[in-house]
Design a protein. Structure first.
Length: 212
Protein backbone atom coordinates (compact mmCIF):
# COMPACT_ATOMS: atom_id res chain seq x y z
CA UNK A 1 0.00 0.00 0.00
CA UNK A 2 2.84 2.34 0.93
CA UNK A 3 4.59 1.65 -2.39
CA UNK A 4 1.35 2.34 -4.26
CA UNK A 5 0.93 5.71 -2.54
CA UNK A 6 4.55 6.64 -3.26
CA UNK A 7 4.04 5.79 -6.92
CA UNK A 8 0.98 8.04 -7.10
CA UNK A 9 2.86 10.90 -5.43
CA UNK A 10 5.80 10.52 -7.82
CA UNK A 11 3.55 10.41 -10.89
CA UNK A 12 1.63 13.45 -9.63
CA UNK A 13 4.85 15.39 -9.15
CA UNK A 14 6.09 14.39 -12.60
CA UNK A 15 2.81 15.51 -14.17
CA UNK A 16 2.89 18.80 -12.24
CA UNK A 17 6.50 19.58 -13.17
CA UNK A 18 5.89 18.62 -16.80
CA UNK A 19 2.82 20.83 -16.94
CA UNK A 20 4.67 23.80 -15.48
CA UNK A 21 7.57 23.27 -17.86
CA UNK A 22 5.29 23.05 -20.89
CA UNK A 23 3.37 26.12 -19.76
CA UNK A 24 6.58 28.11 -19.36
CA UNK A 25 7.83 26.92 -22.75
CA UNK A 26 4.56 27.95 -24.38
CA UNK A 27 4.74 31.42 -22.84
CA UNK A 28 8.31 31.92 -24.04
CA UNK A 29 7.72 30.64 -27.57
CA UNK A 30 4.36 32.44 -27.86
CA UNK A 31 5.94 35.76 -26.90
CA UNK A 32 8.81 35.16 -29.31
CA UNK A 33 6.38 34.33 -32.13
CA UNK A 34 4.30 37.45 -31.41
CA UNK A 35 7.41 39.63 -31.41
CA UNK A 36 8.57 38.13 -34.71
CA UNK A 37 5.16 38.78 -36.30
CA UNK A 38 5.29 42.35 -35.03
CA UNK A 39 8.82 42.98 -36.31
CA UNK A 40 8.77 41.08 -39.59
CA UNK A 41 5.11 41.29 -40.69
CA UNK A 42 3.27 44.21 -39.09
CA UNK A 43 6.06 46.79 -39.02
CA UNK A 44 7.08 46.31 -42.70
CA UNK A 45 3.42 46.77 -43.70
CA UNK A 46 3.24 50.01 -41.70
CA UNK A 47 6.52 51.13 -43.27
CA UNK A 48 4.93 50.56 -46.69
CA UNK A 49 2.16 52.96 -45.65
CA UNK A 50 4.78 55.43 -44.42
CA UNK A 51 6.40 55.37 -47.86
CA UNK A 52 3.06 55.92 -49.56
CA UNK A 53 2.58 59.04 -47.43
CA UNK A 54 6.16 60.32 -47.59
CA UNK A 55 7.72 58.86 -50.71
CA UNK A 56 10.13 56.00 -51.36
CA UNK A 57 12.95 55.69 -48.83
CA UNK A 58 16.54 54.46 -49.23
CA UNK A 59 17.01 51.06 -47.49
CA UNK A 60 19.02 52.50 -44.59
CA UNK A 61 16.44 55.22 -43.92
CA UNK A 62 13.58 52.71 -44.14
CA UNK A 63 15.32 50.56 -41.55
CA UNK A 64 15.49 53.56 -39.22
CA UNK A 65 11.78 54.23 -39.78
CA UNK A 66 10.93 50.59 -38.98
CA UNK A 67 12.90 50.77 -35.74
CA UNK A 68 11.00 53.93 -34.81
CA UNK A 69 7.65 52.32 -35.56
CA UNK A 70 8.47 49.51 -33.12
CA UNK A 71 8.54 52.16 -30.41
CA UNK A 72 5.96 54.62 -31.75
CA UNK A 73 2.90 52.44 -31.34
CA UNK A 74 -0.18 52.89 -29.21
CA UNK A 75 -2.97 50.90 -27.59
CA UNK A 76 -6.56 51.72 -26.77
CA UNK A 77 -8.75 49.99 -24.22
CA UNK A 78 -11.83 48.22 -25.56
CA UNK A 79 -15.11 47.53 -23.79
CA UNK A 80 -14.17 43.90 -23.11
CA UNK A 81 -11.04 45.13 -21.24
CA UNK A 82 -8.74 43.98 -24.05
CA UNK A 83 -6.37 46.30 -25.87
CA UNK A 84 -6.20 47.15 -29.56
CA UNK A 85 -2.90 48.04 -31.18
CA UNK A 86 -2.42 50.75 -33.78
CA UNK A 87 0.53 52.61 -35.27
CA UNK A 88 1.13 56.28 -35.96
CA UNK A 89 2.29 57.18 -39.46
CA UNK A 90 4.05 60.53 -39.41
CA UNK A 91 4.56 63.09 -42.17
CA UNK A 92 6.99 65.97 -41.70
CA UNK A 93 7.40 64.71 -38.14
CA UNK A 94 3.73 65.08 -37.23
CA UNK A 95 0.99 62.42 -36.94
CA UNK A 96 -0.59 62.13 -40.36
CA UNK A 97 -2.31 58.75 -40.37
CA UNK A 98 -2.97 55.72 -38.22
CA UNK A 99 -2.48 52.10 -39.25
CA UNK A 100 -4.87 49.42 -38.01
CA UNK A 101 -4.68 45.69 -38.72
CA UNK A 102 -7.71 43.50 -39.29
CA UNK A 103 -8.42 40.13 -40.86
CA UNK A 104 -10.53 38.44 -43.50
CA UNK A 105 -11.07 34.74 -44.13
CA UNK A 106 -8.85 33.71 -47.01
CA UNK A 107 -8.51 30.41 -48.82
CA UNK A 108 -5.85 29.20 -46.37
CA UNK A 109 -7.09 30.88 -43.19
CA UNK A 110 -6.97 34.37 -41.72
CA UNK A 111 -5.44 36.97 -44.01
CA UNK A 112 -4.08 40.04 -42.21
CA UNK A 113 -4.22 43.53 -43.68
CA UNK A 114 -2.71 46.72 -42.27
CA UNK A 115 -4.87 49.66 -43.32
CA UNK A 116 -3.73 53.27 -43.09
CA UNK A 117 -6.24 56.08 -42.50
CA UNK A 118 -5.59 59.80 -42.85
CA UNK A 119 -6.37 61.22 -39.43
CA UNK A 120 -8.16 64.33 -40.66
CA UNK A 121 -10.43 62.71 -43.27
CA UNK A 122 -10.59 58.99 -42.50
CA UNK A 123 -9.75 58.28 -46.14
CA UNK A 124 -7.29 55.50 -46.87
CA UNK A 125 -3.57 56.04 -47.24
CA UNK A 126 -3.37 52.48 -48.55
CA UNK A 127 -2.99 48.91 -47.35
CA UNK A 128 -0.23 46.41 -46.66
CA UNK A 129 -0.55 42.64 -46.30
CA UNK A 130 0.77 41.27 -43.00
CA UNK A 131 0.06 37.54 -42.69
CA UNK A 132 -1.44 34.99 -45.05
CA UNK A 133 -1.52 31.28 -45.88
CA UNK A 134 -2.81 31.58 -49.43
CA UNK A 135 -1.88 29.40 -52.40
CA UNK A 136 1.55 30.47 -53.72
CA UNK A 137 1.32 32.17 -57.11
CA UNK A 138 -2.45 32.48 -56.87
CA UNK A 139 -3.86 33.94 -53.66
CA UNK A 140 -0.49 35.41 -52.70
CA UNK A 141 -0.83 37.79 -55.65
CA UNK A 142 -3.02 40.03 -53.47
CA UNK A 143 0.30 41.20 -52.04
CA UNK A 144 1.33 42.61 -55.43
CA UNK A 145 1.18 46.36 -56.03
CA UNK A 146 -1.10 45.81 -59.01
CA UNK A 147 -3.77 44.81 -56.49
CA UNK A 148 -2.91 46.85 -53.37
CA UNK A 149 -2.40 50.15 -55.23
CA UNK A 150 -6.13 50.41 -55.94
CA UNK A 151 -6.72 51.09 -52.23
CA UNK A 152 -4.43 54.13 -52.17
CA UNK A 153 -6.37 57.31 -51.55
CA UNK A 154 -9.71 55.49 -51.50
CA UNK A 155 -12.58 57.33 -49.86
CA UNK A 156 -13.65 56.14 -46.42
CA UNK A 157 -17.17 55.82 -47.83
CA UNK A 158 -16.10 53.33 -50.52
CA UNK A 159 -17.69 49.88 -50.60
CA UNK A 160 -14.70 47.64 -50.02
CA UNK A 161 -15.99 44.54 -51.75
CA UNK A 162 -14.94 42.93 -55.00
CA UNK A 163 -16.85 44.24 -57.99
CA UNK A 164 -18.83 41.05 -58.52
CA UNK A 165 -20.19 41.60 -54.98
CA UNK A 166 -21.15 45.19 -55.70
CA UNK A 167 -17.99 46.91 -54.48
CA UNK A 168 -15.11 48.88 -55.95
CA UNK A 169 -12.29 46.34 -55.69
CA UNK A 170 -10.88 44.65 -58.79
CA UNK A 171 -10.27 41.05 -57.69
CA UNK A 172 -7.11 39.21 -58.64
CA UNK A 173 -7.96 36.80 -61.45
CA UNK A 174 -8.29 33.29 -60.04
CA UNK A 175 -8.02 34.54 -56.45
CA UNK A 176 -11.46 35.90 -55.67
CA UNK A 177 -11.51 34.39 -52.17
CA UNK A 178 -8.22 36.05 -51.27
CA UNK A 179 -9.41 39.33 -52.80
CA UNK A 180 -12.60 39.14 -50.75
CA UNK A 181 -10.54 38.52 -47.61
CA UNK A 182 -8.48 41.67 -48.19
CA UNK A 183 -11.62 43.68 -48.92
CA UNK A 184 -13.35 42.42 -45.78
CA UNK A 185 -10.32 43.16 -43.60
CA UNK A 186 -10.22 46.68 -45.04
CA UNK A 187 -13.91 47.25 -44.32
CA UNK A 188 -13.53 45.96 -40.76
CA UNK A 189 -10.54 48.22 -40.13
CA UNK A 190 -12.43 51.19 -41.59
CA UNK A 191 -15.40 50.52 -39.31
CA UNK A 192 -13.11 50.07 -36.30
CA UNK A 193 -11.43 53.41 -36.96
CA UNK A 194 -14.77 55.16 -37.33
CA UNK A 195 -16.06 53.65 -34.07
CA UNK A 196 -12.94 54.28 -31.98
CA UNK A 197 -11.59 57.44 -33.59
CA UNK A 198 -11.88 59.59 -30.47
CA UNK A 199 -10.02 57.06 -28.33
CA UNK A 200 -7.35 56.71 -31.00
CA UNK A 201 -6.85 60.49 -31.20
CA UNK A 202 -6.43 60.68 -27.44
CA UNK A 203 -3.93 57.81 -27.47
CA UNK A 204 -1.84 59.55 -30.14
CA UNK A 205 -1.02 62.32 -27.66
CA UNK A 206 0.11 59.84 -25.00
CA UNK A 207 3.73 58.66 -24.56
CA UNK A 208 4.80 55.74 -26.74
CA UNK A 209 5.21 52.26 -25.27
CA UNK A 210 3.25 49.12 -24.54
CA UNK A 211 0.65 50.71 -22.33
CA UNK A 212 -1.86 53.40 -23.26
Amino acid sequence: MKTYIQMIVVLTLIALISGLALGGLYEMTHELAENNILKFKKIPAVADLYEIANGKLPPAERETIEEGLLIDKRYIELEDNSQALFFIVRKDGEPYAVAIEDYGQGFGGDLGVMVGFVIETGDLVGIGITTMSETPGVGTRVRNKAFTDQFQGASASSVFKVKKDGGVVDAVSGATISSRAVSLATEKARDFYAEHRESILKAIDQPSGDES
